[in-house]
Ligand binder design. Structure first.
Ligand code: IMP
Ligand code: MG
Length: 176
């Protein structure tokens, strides 16, 4: 199978949107300290580039979770593979995610973080595929709403590859 990638969102479009998202965040938090939580691995590129544009004091943190997917018996539970190393009580937490698809991962992760009593908890996602939503998630900041297609690049992978592309593309497969 030959993999073909067609550009969906260019580097310059991503950069322009990063400026806009950071401006919205800077206006909303008005100099308050922000605690960014990146969901590994896909959210890394987005969090790093977004954080460079945030003018409030900001700290960077990482979590790794896996979802059990569509399995019949344990549908919708997440396993925390790597947790935060300190309490988020009283912090202004923004979860930074690459893409919201079914919404299962994020709805569970947000419930978990909410139970730890942050001062505020918001969600910032680079991409949203609303057509595929199964679990409701309140999204505070969205980079781009995209159609139901499998995308790679700028953090998003296919079998762990293509995360390093500086644009976002739709991947398709052709017989060789
Ligand atoms: P969900 O919202 O719980 O279904 O899971 C979302 C996760 O699935 C994301 O964080 C990605 O890791 C992965 N994912 C969903 N759609 C795509 C895609 O189009 N490309 C790459 N990864 C995806
Ligand atoms: Mg992800």
């Amino acid at each position: 199978m030959k993999e073909k990638i067609e550009t969906l969102i260019s580097t310059s479009a991503i950069e322009k949107r990063l400026d806009e998202l950071a401006e919205a965040i800077n206006n909303d938090y008005k100099g308050e300290e922000i605690y960014l939580v990146c969901v590994l691995k896909g959210g890394v590129f987005f969090m790093v580039d977004l954080s460079k544009r945030i003018t409030c004091p900001v700290t960077l943190h990482f979590m790794d979770v896996s979802s059990y997917g569509d399995g019949t018996e344990s549908s919708g539970h997440i396993k925390v593979l790597m947790d935060l190393d300190e309490s988020i009580e009283g912090k202004n937490v923004i979860v930074v995610e690459d893409i919201i698809d079914s919404g299962r991962t994020l709805s569970h992760l947000l419930n978990l973080l909410k139970s730890r009593n942050p001062k505020s908890l918001k969600l910032c996602t680079l991409l949203d595929k609303p057509d595929r939503r199964v679990s409701h998630v309140d999204v505070d900041y969205t980079g781009f709403t995209i159609p139901d297609a499998f995308v790679v690049g700028y953090g998003l992978d296919y079998a762990q590859r293509y995360r390093n592309l500086n644009y976002i593309g739709v991947i398709s497969f052709e017989e060789e």
